[in-house]
Design a protein around this ligand. Structure first.
Ligand code: ME8
Length: 515
């Protein structure tokens, strides 16, 4: 397996400020990127903004700004939100970046030269909020877009078309044949089956340009038209890997290892994007993972409904680390779910304040009280070694298959096991009896905390480092994690002098604002 990983999030529309829906995907991608870096891989992690949407000029005018100024302001909001959440992307790409505009021009020129683009008249219904054409059968009985409850616009124009239909057989093969070396692994499996089902029904060609309005990327072969916003946006993944200006970088990173997104845009990523790549002569992505869509307190999050939570609100209430953890582990990654304030609070208290926080405080207090914080070493028991080894293997497998909730529950299991150990072993009684077993027990507790810290490190970077540091280990948490992943469980052992940890997960009584 290659030692490098290229991971992407969608590039988000700038008509909205960042909310926890965007944060959900971005934190998940960051967890993967951090995990891969810790496991010794080279990572390229791309996120950014999709700025050429048809609505932008009007939104900018309403704000008294030029389209570019408006986008600059919104892109800055996304950058600020990702900095506050500790996102470690290597590049924040904007579709208004000059190298991206060059990439769109180059790829469209290739498709045109290869005969995959032709001129035709498009007549249909367009939903500007989805930025896509809708067929009559997709509309509600009242003729509205089902996602946005708005009437789509009637549209008739001479445009360029992409021969998507010509790629159906190849796409079916790439998506369904698990033995193909160029396989596009669409995950989760249920969604792959949906895509295969739709591909079997057939593919229509798609319109890929519009009459130019002064906003968007001009087609290289017809200056009177601009590229369809989705074609423009998808190409960002090639730009981010270095196409066309840095061919050496591109050769190192292409194809992408994982395009991460929600199921709403899986079709674009698993069908349209690979077809564009095949047409332009590029390799297709290795994996396309669509997680679920969540509602907030049972309702779809929307600006018009006014029930949007900004990532900063979660950070204010729980701190950055807990906000990241809670967001991506609240319900199984891949399925749809609901985020409620009550459940966030409950999970904060149970998983973090009670489980992790208490275990750490209790263990550090034992070391201090029983050993004056100078903990004699004891070899890890065979039982604990076996338990932790199997849990760490399970953890790696969960992260590699993007089952983030399962990865987090490995950490919970390890801490539950340690808490049970305290109850069973009753260290206070061992201390009273001057039983030397106490040394083994406290060492085991610290080793367990360190194992949990390794698992939690990609989710909660600072809290995990603080957990690890409390054990006084002579190596850093990432070095420890790398050793553990290479099979050396003894790297979880505490050091000679343990430390009193900072208050990691204080109980927070202030309610999350309800807007
Ligand atoms: O679609 N639950 O941008 P977008 C889960 N610009 N994920 C959510 C979510 C929710 N409630 N709300 C948003 C676009 N997301 C295009 C993408 S890529 C070449 C172009 C996340 O701003 C999720 O990742 O509408 C979803 O796919 C994405 O935001 C949609 O972002």
């Amino acid at each position: 397996m290659s030692d490098r990983r290229y991971i992407t999030t969608p590039i988000y529309y700038v008509n909205d400020k960042p909310h926890i829906g965007h944060a959900y995907t971005t934190v998940a991608a960051d967890v993967l990127a951090r995990f891969w870096r810790i496991s010794g891989r080279k990572v390229l992690f791309l996120t950014g903004t999709d700025e050429h949407a048809t609505k932008i000029p009007a939104a900018a005018a309403a704000a008294g700004k030029s389209s570019k100024e408006f986008c600059d302001g919104m892109a800055a909001e996304f950058k600020k939100a990702w900095a506050a959440l500790g996102i470690t992307h290597d590049r924040f790409i904007r579709t208004t970046d000059p190298d991206h505009i060059a990439a769109v021009g180059d790829i469209l020129t290739r498709l045109h030269a290869a005969g995959h683009i032709y001129k035709g008249v498009y007549e249909g219904l367009y939903c500007a909020s989805c930025e896509k054409f809708l067929s009559e059968s997709e509309l509600t009985p009242d003729g509205l877009c089902p996602d946005h409850a708005r009437a789509p616009e009637k549209y008739s124009q001479e445009n360029y078309f992409f021969r998507l239909s010509g790629f159906r057989d190849r796409l079916l093969e790439l998506i369904s044949d698990a033995s193909s070396p160029d396989r596009i692994e669409v995950l989760p499996e249920e969604r792959r089956n949906e895509i295969i089902g739709k591909l079997k029904v057939g593919l229509d060609d798609i319109s890929i340009s519009r009459a130019a309005t002064g906003w968007g990327v001009t087609l290289p072969f017809d200056k009177s038209q601009t590229a369809y916003v989705w074609v423009d946006a998808l190409i960002n993944y090639a730009t981010g890997a270095g196409w066309p200006l840095s061919p050496e970088k591109f050769a190192e990173w292409w194809p992408a290892d994982c395009h991460l997104m929600a199921k709403d845009i899986l079709w674009f990523h698993s069908v349209i994007w690979p077809a564009i790549l095949l047409g332009a002569g590029f390799k297709t992505p290795r994996r396309v993972f669509a997680h679920g869509f969540f509602t907030l307190d049972g309702a779809k999050m929307s600006k018009t409904r006014g029930n949007v939570i900004a990532p900063s609100e979660l950070i204010e209430r729980y701190g950055v680390d807990a906000a990241r953890y809670l967001l991506v582990t609240l319900f199984p990654f891949g399925t749809d779910g609901d985020v409620s304030r009550t459940e966030l609070d409950r999970r904060y208290n149970s998983d973090l304040a009670n489980n992790a926080g208490n275990l750490l405080n209790r263990t550090a207090a034992m070391s201090e009280k029983y050993f004056g914080s100078v903990l004699p070493a004891a070899p890890m028991t065979a039982g604990l070694k076996e338990f932790l080894s199997s849990r760490m293997a399970e953890y790696r497998c969960a992260v590699e298959s993007v089952r983030l909730h399962a990865a987090a529950s490995v950490a919970r299991d390890i801490m539950d096991n340690a808490n049970r150990m305290v109850q069973i072993e009753a260290p206070w009684a061992l201390f009273k009896e001057k039983n030397p077993r106490l040394i083994t027990v406290v060492n085991s507790l610290f080793s367990s905390i360190n194992a949990a810290a390794v698992c939690l490190r990609p989710f909660m970077p600072s809290a995990a480092a603080a957990m690890w540091t409390a054990s006084g280990s002579p190596i850093g948490v990432d070095e420890g994690a790398a050793k553990v992943f290479a099979g050396d469980i003894s790297a979880l052992a505490p050091g000679a002098t343990t430390a009193r940890p900072p208050a990691l997960f204080p109980r927070n009584a202030s309610p999350l604002s309800r807007k």
